[in-house]
Design a protein around this ligand. Structure first.
Ligand code: ADP
Ligand code: MG
Length: 622
């Protein structure tokens, strides 16, 4: 071997590998899924580059974008090979020795407290799962810009890299050789491997083959024809022989070969690559959607996506899309909200994967959605930057938002707990809708904040988003309610939607601002999330009703006939108060009918910040 360079793993990687190699985790199968997913990513990359530069694909076998798996029982080696983009020496050092993405330490913490290795792929460290089944791994890789290199490691804190002068040249791509542990011998069984590929990798868009023992049809000479001078005749009977030759011989003698079954090694294709999003939504089963969600979200937990929408947009801009609401929000969904790249949509153009970092497809507040868009309208052979500027993206984005909000609205409509209509509610109590019961509350708890941010940021869809808002009120009895429900309960003559903001419902329930409203039987919304204060600066009205903060100036609870009289009789007192409190902090002193038992309250001016907002602002600057 030529000179070997040794490297230490980044400390975090080393710890992760220790955990993996010593893991008693029972589901070791996941390594194959991770390797196939990496191979598929690498193939996507080279195919994308080839759109603008055909040369990169090379010629002959190198142009075949496929994945091949081989089992070497004798030496206990499982190898998986792709004709993807490959890795340069530098790539090998960087990609298989350090962890770039954040969130890894979160994963490590999870792992140390018995977390689920099944989710490894979500954290950008899926490759290391090979050490669940192997104690020694070689990665042979050839990138167009470099020579062929071998990366190898026994997971002992270090890895080595050397120029590959001894293996067969790969042309382009990567071969990963797993020297399997004693107890992982089952992965050398073809049947096991086939099962795994079918189970985990059915949505991979490249053909996957396994080098398998297969029954094949072989033409052998017929028994009675085993004479010595038969060589030539037999050759003329092989399938390659031309029609002419065939005819020539036909008259002379009957064919002297027969077909027999023989077992031999051959590449066996394991998946068919009909993309799910190209099929009619009517044909795709719930289970298929769930599996598809898991494969694109790398979320191999037990939970199903909360909802999905699969549609085909036609017209000026044509595309197909599948959107999913994941079962849970990631822990860091709202961290670095404005700076983090977090698109979860894969963009395809005419079946070709373009990018999963295309942030122009959805507004930030909807980036919790997972899924895929396949456009027929976008051009294929332009750079990503050019695509990002393309006009039809705006149309795609607009339609995606509509469909996404429809999907979320339906989630509420189908939830029997959400029903406005009492009769319908009772009818639903008894039927099979149990599975959908409470699903909107679940959605709201996970992603409600996104809806609020949407109201703030997306003025074009503000009303649609406001429909999706949920909150508690003085009358909601501890349950969540909607603006539509609030409006349906409004008292006759009530013009405004009343709300109050504060830190908690318990605190707000004692507020003197509510006294008179309660006495007069008005319903008041409790807004207790700091985001609500911002929200209400943008949400001025809903269905022609204005919002009125009951702790602010301007609260009108219908006309009181003795208003004028009262003002008159307290004139002197208000004047005295005004003079006594004269300062920059107090704008005005007024007589009002908003209180019942409490003699006086401090009220914020109509356009000023509420006291709750003052508190939020303070906590942010401290
Ligand atoms: P992720 O796939 O989430 O990035 P992995 O740990 O699975 O994380 O892989 C780490 C990196 O190693 C990949 O991002 C990729 O750059 C590189 N890599 C792994 N397998 C291959 C492969 N078969 N071909 C090319 N690059 C690969
Ligand atoms: Mg991966």
């Amino acid at each position: 071997r030529s000179s070997v360079e040794r490297f230490e793993f980044q400390a975090e990687v080393s710890r992760l590998m220790d955990i993996i190699i010593n893991s008693l985790y029972s589901n070791k199968d996941i390594f194959l899924r991770e390797l196939i997913s990496n191979a598929s990513d690498a193939l996507d990359k080279i195919r994308f580059i080839s759109l603008t530069d055909k040369e990169v694909l090379g010629e002959g076998d190198d142009t075949k974008l496929e994945i091949k798996i081989k089992l070497d029982k004798e030496n206990k080696i499982l190898s998986i090979r792709d004709r993807g983009v490959g890795m340069t020496k530098e790539d090998l050092i960087k990609n298989l020795g350090t962890i770039a993405k954040s969130g890894t330490s979160a994963f490590m913490e999870k792992m140390q407290t018995g977390g689920d290795l099944n989710l490894i792929g979500q954290f950008g460290v899926g490759f290391y799962s090979v050490y669940l089944v192997a104690d020694y791994v070689e990665v042979i890789s050839k990138h167009n810009d470099d020579k062929q290199y071998v990366w190898e490691s026994k997971a002992d804190g270090a890895f080595a890299i050397s120029e590959d002068t001894y293996n067969e040249p790969l042309g382009r791509g990567t071969e990963i050789r797993l020297h399997l542990k004693e107890e992982a011998a089952e992965y050398l069984e073809e049947s096991k491997l086939k099962d795994l590929v079918q189970k985990y990798s059915e949505f991979i868009n490249f053909p996957i083959y396994v080098w398998a023992n297969k029954e094949v049809d072989v033409e052998v000479p017929a028994e009675d024809d085993e004479s010595s001078d038969d060589e030539d005749k037999r050759r003329s009977r092989t399938p390659e022989s031309t029609d002419d030759e065939e005819k020539e011989n036909e008259d002379e003698q009957k064919p002297k070969t027969k077909t027999v079954k023989e077992t031999a090694y051959d590449w066996e294709r394991l998946n068919d690559v009909k993309a799910i999003w190209l099929r009619s939504p009517k044909e795709v089963t719930e289970e298929e959607y769930t599996k598809f969600y898991r494969s694109i979200a790398k979320d191999f937990g037990d939970e199903k996506p909360m909802a999905w929408s699969h549609f085909n947009a036609e017209g000026d801009v044509e595309f197909k899309a599948v959107l999913f609401v994941p079962p849970k929000a990631p822990n860091d969904l709202y961290e670095n909200y404005y700076t983090a790249k977090r698109s979860n949509l894969k963009l395809y153009v005419r079946r070709v994967f373009i990018s999963d970092e295309f942030d122009e497809l959805l507004p930030k507040y909807l980036m919790f959605l997972m899924g895929l868009v396949d456009s027929d309208t976008l051009p294929l052979n332009v750079s990503r930057e050019m695509l990002q500027q393309h006009d039809s993206l705006k149309t795609i984005k607009k339609k995606l938002i509509r469909k996404a909000l429809d999907m979320i609205r339906k989630l509420a409509e189908e939830d029997p707990d959400e029903s406005h209509d009492k009769d319908k509610k009772e009818e639903d109590e008894s039927n099979e809708n149990d599975e959908k019961r409470g699903q909107y509350t679940k959605f709201w708890n996970e992603f409600g904040k996104s809806i609020k941010i949407g109201i703030i940021e997306d003025s074009a869809n503000r009303n649609r988003l406001a429909k999706l808002l949920r909150f508690e009120t003085t009358k909601s009895d501890g349950k969540l309610t909607s603006l539509d429900q609030y409006i349906s309960r409004m008292k006759s003559g009530q013009k405004d939607i009343f709300y109050i903001t504060g830190t908690s419902k318990e605190q707000l329930e004692k507020s003197p601002f509510l006294e008179r409203l309660k006495k007069k039987n008005f319903e008041v919304i409790f807004f207790t999330d700091p985001a609500d204060e911002y929200l209400m600066q943008y949400l001025m009205d809903y269905e022609d009703k204005k919002f009125q903060n009951v702790s602010k100036e301007g609260l009108k609870l219908g006309k009181d006939s003795n208003d004028k009289e009262m003002k008159e009789s307290f004139k002197e007192l208000t004047k005295w108060w005004k003079e006594t409190l004269a300062s920059e902090d107090v704008d005005d002193v007024k007589i009002s009918n908003r209180l019942a038992d409490t003699p006086c309250v401090v009220v914020t001016s109509k356009y000023g910040w509420s006291s709750n907002m003052e508190r939020i602002m303070q906590s942010q600057t401290l």
